[in-house]
Design a protein around this ligand. Sequence first.
Ligand code: ZN
Length: 599
Amino acid sequence: MSVPVLTAVAWPYANGPRHIGHVSGFGVPSDVFSRYQRMVGNRVLMVSGTDEHGTPIQVQADAEGTTPRELVDRYSRVIQDDLVGLGLSYDLFTRTSTDNHHRVTQDLFTALWDNGYVRTEKTLGAISPSTGRTLPDRYIEGTCPICGYPSARGDQCDNCGNQLDPADLINPRSRINGETPQFVETEHLLFDLPAFSKSLASWLDTRTHWRPNVLNFSRRLAEDLKPRAISRDLDWGVRIPLEGWRDAPMKRFYVWFDAVIGYLSASVEWAQRTGDPDAWKQWWCDPDAQAYYFMGKDNITFHSVMWPAILLGHNGEGDRGGEVGSFGHLNLPTEVVSSEFLTMSGSKFSTSRGTVIYVGDFLREFGPDALRYFIAVAGPENQDTDFTWDEFVRRTNFELANEWGNLVNRSVSMAAKNVGAVPEPTSPDPADEALLAQSRAAFDVVGGHLAHSRFKQAISEAMRVVGEANAYLSHQEPWKRKDDPARRDTILHTALQVVQDANTLLTPFLPHAAQKVHEALGGTGVWAAQPHREDAGTSGELGTSHSVLTGDYAGEQARWESTPIPVGRALSRPTPLFAKLDPSLGETGPSWAPIQTGE
Ligand SMILES: [Zn+2]
């Protein structure tokens, strides 16, 4: 049965290019999952986009001497290039600066407001004593009252991750001119999270299949909920649709609030683009639909507590009840799939410390599948994991090139040279049967792992089949069977069948290489579809042009099954799948990369 599966991928913040730590958290795992789900015949809607509001964008635009709009236009394009280059198969990758996103955010807020889950509160806001103007959060710096970090921002501490108010900071100062801000009374909107204590806890009690670290962390958060600000004093973001707020020059929604609503707004935009404006409801309102959210661990809070609370509030299912909002009853996450951090020399990738490897640089030198493979087999699925060039080079050379690339190359080459086509098998012997049985059985095993986002186990099992096939060829030695062409052809046929099976098993991980293997086996047409960028017309407050990523992944393509390789199909000598890397790269990395330090 075909199930609607929503793949909701964390939204990259449009303040710069993405590094490989980012895409190991949200990017590659969500794409592997989506490609597998499509291959088993489920209806996947994979959505995301660039997160473009908030004070950090304004601060950076100031620093670069430009406007927030120019900045996000530039970086959303850079990020789109990275994601297309990696082959991430978004049905829609859009932006939060569209009219559609603003409207959906406002409508969802209205439901929360009407159900009484948002209240106004007078708090202290900062103004600049020298100009008398509101001083946005991001311009205020001070010592974190929770962890003591000396450079905490007005809205958040980058060291401990806690959300802050500027008035909480110890020794607050303006980043513009160093003066001490003055605090005056201002009005803010608070999302009443404590009014979801019971409903969130009982929902989390039903999420027993989650990764234990995510579930335990979420349960602890749900035991200690505090009201959370959803408005800020700034002039870049989604306007607040309330009397007296709508036209206020310095009142916008807090960026975390509008960003999580992006999953819904992107689904609505996708439906509009298909010409069936209600099509998004299959993924959001059908009780049989499933919704998987992918992110790095620093984003768990927003996906396992905040966003579910917003959905419960819209549905009228918080602890105080209410009416179902204008979108109809919306589904909560089936699962929140969080990765740990990819680190370098033991620390998080950091632009400021110069320890960063950008996706774009990586793709230009090594192409997408080597990185996708590394993230799947050695990435931070269950624990923080250090990226080293040594391990990258070793896995690329010994696993991708020697194991998989060589299996494809020698199987196809021998068949092409001796027969010129897929050879016909005769009376298979037990060794042939055993290998074929193993590769057929792997579909259930690898598929079971992928359905539960166990990527490392899934790819290891697929590569085990590759290893078995290499051992089979070494043992059977078809190149020594010139005097027995019938036996030689049976061996080569068996090997090609297992290459085809293994290629299917590896397609979610290595979609670019999978297309090449499909063609090397004499196949035609699209085996693993790739995303592309499309002009989506003009949108947004300033009417600037808007581009999105999308793709056609529903055509005749790879299916998750063992299909017999057609005897007699013409074969020619393949080109190598994976280039071997110079082993000296393992010591230093490429010249553009930061130098590794420590052990
Ligand atoms: Zn802190």
